[in-house]
Design a protein around this ligand. Structure first.
Ligand code: ZN
Length: 236
């Protein structure tokens, strides 16, 4: 059964508009939050990239240090080789040869170490590249999603503007007191549902009973009747 109370009819129109407004306003509030996960991911990847760069930098310092030591070792061997030309005795000669062999052994170990470090460096650089590629990919996606959301928001704001105007029109058709109590109830309800239908003497807003007297009042279609429990404005 539908009511013919004109006040209720106008309130219903207002509620339709208000439901749409509530839905769009919550969309505006929630939309940007969808980007947060992606933003966090990009942030974490950048931190990882920085840490990797720091590791590479440290390794490079070690490689340079070892290369310098190797160079010193080679210089030492050259020096010994020159000395070989000036020695007078076999004993001196073999002593220098022993030194040279010692230096060569040290250098060989150093070369192995440097090769190992270069290998590590390549691994780190490959990791870095992968991290940077992934960060870049997410950044591009983030930009695209931000732009898409921005566009959606522009559209939603335009729709809202139209709805606000519609609401103003709906409101103007109601008396101040009715509008005031409607607004008060709407503010306190999810999705601003200030109206509730009555079916089989039950308020559909809160599923609690409506008194027979209230049902009679509703049939008379004169005044506004509110649910005793949830305070919503009732209609049949
Ligand atoms: Zn109720």
């Amino acid at each position: 059964m539908s009511t013919k109370n004109p006040k209720i009819e106008k309130l219903k129109q207002l509620q339709v508009t208000d439901s749409k407004i509530a839905a769009l306003e919550s969309l505006i509030k929630d939309k940007p939050g969808h980007l947060n996960t992606k933003k966090e991911m990009v942030g974490k990847l950048k931190q990882k990239s920085d840490a990797k760069k720091e590791e590479i930098k440290k390794l490079k310092v070690e490689v340079d240090k070892n290369n310098l030591e190797l160079k010193t070792g080679e210089d030492q061997i050259n020096k010994f080789n020159l000395q070989l030309n000036t020695v007078k005795t076999n004993k001196e000669y073999s002593a220098i040869l022993t030194e040279i062999n010692g230096c060569k052994a040290d250098n060989s170990l150093m070369e192995d170490k440097i090769l190992r470090l270069y290998g590590q460096m390549e691994g780190l650089q490959k990791d870095l590249q992968e991290i940077d590629d992934e960060a870049k990919k997410h950044e591009v996606e983030l930009e695209q999603e931000s732009a898409a959301i921005e566009q959606e928001l522009v559209q939603i704001r335009q729709e809202l503007e139209t709805l606000y105007q519609e609401r103003q029109k709906n409101s103007a058709e109601l008396d101040g007191e009715t509008l005031k109590s409607y607004d008060k109830i709407a503010r306190s309800k999810p999705n601003r549902q200030a109206l509730a239908q009555v079916a089989a003497n039950i308020c559909m807003g809160c599923n609690m009973d409506v008194t027979p007297q209230q049902v009679n009042e509703l049939h008379r279609e004169k005044d506004i009747v509110c649910c005793r429990h949830c305070l919503r404005i009732l209609y049949l």
